[in-house]
Design a protein around this ligand. Structure first.
Ligand code: PLP
Length: 406
């Protein structure tokens, strides 16, 4: 078999495999059509239905549907009283939204390093980073793996801090027998297109604090008093009051129409991704050029659950004979789309300039950020698609290594 350099650039399939393509069923399509025909497109009865199903799925006191996870993070920080001069401890290995919302509150994001084995925030480092200005901890359940919540909650209790979770990756996750979304002070989920369930754009915040829920409900819709969305319904126009300078963060019934049916299929879709995950794991275990993060803990499988949002590998440049970007390029040429989750946030221009972060500040996050590649892991894929990804990864690495390029 030829091992010329051009071989690396051969597609393994005829069509491009889009990373994170959503799986939309007939039920969603019909519900959207019904919503359009109902004449009620904005926040309304379908949002209420979706919130109640989601609340029951999580097992918490309140679930509030929003137009994004980012909006929910901002509302939760505001409910926690985070404001100018405060510090919020979070991870540098996350999407920028996690820290941007802290900045929006006039507060300072204080990054602490992650665990090399999981990519999740390291509770010991969180404890050491607490100051008199710290008001909250904002962990991210990275890739779908729950953070060490017992330790984080214990730090929160001991030091008087709220714990607000970014669960954008972790809708199906469990931690020590408790559902993520029912554990911390507030938890925020994302229904962005690439996430485990989608409403196109959308999010949900859950909490067990009645007062927080009340505040977030009002602030998500301009600060209008309760049930103001009904002001054009058959109940007739009721006088409302403006209780706060709120936001335009509400979900619409068109989005909820998708969410209701995406939620109904969430658990069966997880089983499909668990199976694809196992196929990847088995195929890639033997390849020294790539390394996987720690396996989701098997012994705790009955009480801990990884939501299998992102299957990531670390490309080891010395062993692979190519950089992470060259690997991503070669996969693209093979017609396989990939993702990067994430580039180190503290080294992005804004965070560098504003807070003076330097390379080397968070070695574990930087190590993962420099090597990580997310392989497609979507229910819209077939078994054949998964096999295509595996053979593309293998042929890209084997050919590159055997030609001794670079
Ligand atoms: C997707 C994502 C968000 C933002 O979610 P939106 O619904 O797009 O606002 C926040 N945090 C993490 C870790 C994410 O992956």
């Amino acid at each position: 078999m030829s091992t010329s350099a051009s071989d690396i650039r051969q597609p393994v399939r005829n069509t491009f495999l889009v990373f994170g393509a959503p799986a939309i069923g007939e039920a969603e399509i019909q519900e959207v059509v019904d919503t359009l025909r109902s004449g009620w497109l904005g926040t309304g009865p379908r949002c209420e239905r979706f919130e109640e199903s989601f609340r029951q799925y999580i097992g918490c006191r309140h679930a509030i549907a929003l137009n994004s996870c980012t909006a929910g993070l901002e509302l939760a920080l505001e409910a926690a009283g985070v404001g100018p001069g405060d510090e919020v401890i979070t991870t540098p290995l996350t999407f920028c939204a996690t820290a941007n919302v802290i900045v929006h509150r006039g507060a300072t994001p204080v990054f602490v390093d992650v665990e090399r084995e999981t990519g999740n925030i390291d509770p010991e480092r969180v404890d050491r980073a607490v100051t008199s200005r710290t008001r909250a901890i904002l962990p991210v359940h990275l890739y779908g793996r729950p953070c060490r919540m017992d330790e984080l909650l214990e730090i929160g209790r001991r030091r008087g801090l709220y714990v607000i979770e970014d669960a954008a990756h972790a809708t199906e996750a469990w931690y020590r027998g408790r559902k993520v979304g029912s554990i911390g002070d507030a938890t925020v989920f994302s229904f962005y297109v690439t996430k485990n369930m989608t409403t196109g754009e959308g999010g949900m915040v859950t909490t067990n604090h009645d007062a927080w829920a009340e505040e977030m409900r009002v602030k998500k819709l301009h600060g209008l008093s309760k049930d103001a969305w009904k002001r054009y319904s058959a109940d007739g126009f009721q006088p409302y009051d403006v209780l706060a300078a709120g936001y335009k963060f509400n979900m619409t019934d068109l989005q909820a129409a998708l969410g209701i049916h995406q939620l109904a299929r969430l658990e069966e879709n997880l089983k499909i991704r668990q199976r694809y995950w196992a196929m990847y794991e088995e195929a890639l275990l033997e390849m020294s050029e790539v390394v996987m993060l720690a396996k989701p803990s098997e012994d705790l499988l009955s009480v801990d659950r990884h939501a299998r949002h992102l299957f990531t590998i670390l490309v080891m440049p010395e062993l692979a004979g190519m950089s992470r970007w060259e690997f991503v390029d070669a996969l693209k040429a093979a017609n396989i789309g990939t993702g990067i989750h994430f580039l180190a946030l503290h080294l992005q221009t804004y965070y560098r300039d504003r807070f003076g972060h330097q390379p080397g500040a968070f070695p574990n996050a930087e190590y993962i950020a420099a090597r990580t590649v997310s392989l497609p892991l979507s229910v819209s894929m077939s078994d054949e698609d998964v096999r295509d990804v595996i053979s593309a990864v293998k042929s890209v690495l084997r050919r590159k290594t055997s030609t001794g390029m670079l």
